[in-house]
Ligand binder design. Sequence first.
Ligand code: FE
Ligand code: FE
Ligand code: MG
Length: 166
Amino acid sequence: MAEIGRSIVKMDVDKLINLLNKALSDEWLAYYQYWIGAKVVKGPMKDAVISELQLHATEELTHANLLATRIVQLGGTPVLSPQEWLKITNCGYDAPEDPFVGVILDQNIKGEQCAISTYNKLLDITKDADPITYNIILQIITDEVEHEEDLAALKEDLELMLAKHK
Ligand code: FE
Ligand code: FE
Ligand code: MG
């Protein structure tokens, strides 16, 4: 454990580790939601949507990696079993039971909006207390804002296309 590294954190480190584990659980659930969504999605603009869902899946995995690495640095244990994910998640999991593109896009937009507000709170909490974690969260939230925008743009294109054929 990085003892001095841990000692410079000006907040309750166990509480911080807890919050990071909740976010780590969100990232794994988001990863799977995108990954499985890309497998089952159906409807117009399917190919463009699949590419975006697959890319986002890999980016959520990168976020999980950043969070787990930071948890270990702080002397914590990253959440060890998938059963825990659903117990401690902030944003939950939306199974793509309806494979229509519009529905899958909406589910993932909702997920990104939850991720953005979760990370925004973490930015506030770490701002003056832990610049290292703050910097990691800032990288992650930058991606989440991009994710929301990418999905919203696809949804807008889909709606324009469907309106044309009415
Ligand atoms: Fe993420
Ligand atoms: Fe995301
Ligand atoms: Mg994207």
